[in-house]
Design a binder for this molecule. Structure first.
Ligand SMILES: [Zn+2]
Length: 247
């Protein structure tokens, strides 16, 4: 089965950024890790590590309350949900690199803050802030932008154009963050039965979407609601196409 995947705003070369800031700010001490784009409307990015807990060899995701034997940084994810300019992007990226730096120094749990933004984090942030012109944020939670965004509500939708029917299936914005694979598999099956003219997974804030019933999750059978062809085309033109299943 053929499909195309479009990462919405993959503007910056993550590997190049990482190499650049590793040299500029971290004395080339940070290890090679996985770098990827993701979609999150809550946070601008995240940093992951794998921790080995004391008294057992079981590998678990980083848990600040567990007795940590050793910790291995593994990944930085940067959200493509936000339309970041280069300064904001660099700020978030270096913020995540500070997490990686602390993990690599064996600091799984910063003092006084269970989200990793405690004393050791702030100390490093202040040191690096003197060396760069952009602002390194103290948290990756996107509160301010979020409140602006809510006035223009974002939806994750499936645009359905099949013989004799144009419709839409609406989910809350962010649903594709976790549900993309399930949605994709369902509609690939559907398209195998009925060849669609177009079947697109799109993130859109088009105001006409406010009128539709919102699905909280995938069901065994998904019914699309009828949509005007003109609106359909507007959304296709202005929204972010996340996945094309048929075109
Ligand atoms: Zn952070």
């Amino acid at each position: 089965m053929k499909f195309k995947q479009f990462l919405t705003e993959e503007i910056f070369d993550l590997k190049r950024k990482y190499v650049h800031f590793n040299k500029l700010l971290f004395n080339d001490e940070l290890p090679d890790i996985n770098l990827r784009y993701g979609i999150s409307k809550r946070i601008g990015g995240s940093a992951k590590a794998i921790a080995m807990k004391k008294k057992s060899n079981s590998i678990t995701r980083y848990n600040p309350n567990a007795g940590v034997e050793s910790i291995k940084p593994t990944e930085i994810m940067i959200s493509t949900f936000w339309d970041l300019d280069e300064d904001s992007f660099n700020g978030i990226f270096v913020h995540e690199m500070i997490h990686i730096y602390l993990y690599s120094k064996g600091i799984a749990y910063t003092s006084g803050n269970d989200r990793g933004h405690g004393t050791e984090f702030i100390q490093k942030l202040k040191e690096l802030q003197k060396k760069v012109s952009f602002t390194i944020p103290e948290t990756e939670v996107m509160d301010v932008r979020m409140s602006q965004d809510l006035q223009q509500k974002m939806f994750d939708i499936v645009l359905v154009d099949k013989p004799g029917w144009i419709g839409v299936v609406v989910f809350n914005g962010g649903y594709f963050d976790k549900g993309l694979d399930e949605v994709k598999q369902y509609y690939e099956r559907v398209n195998a039965y009925t060849k669609h003219n177009e079947l697109l997974l799109v993130r859109s804030d088009h105001p006409s979407l406010l009128q539709y019933r919102i699905n909280r999750k995938m069901k065994r059978q998904m019914a699309s609601q009828e949509m005007d062809k003109k609106i359909f085309d507007e959304i296709k033109k202005n929204g972010s196409i996340i996945l094309t299943i048929a075109s």
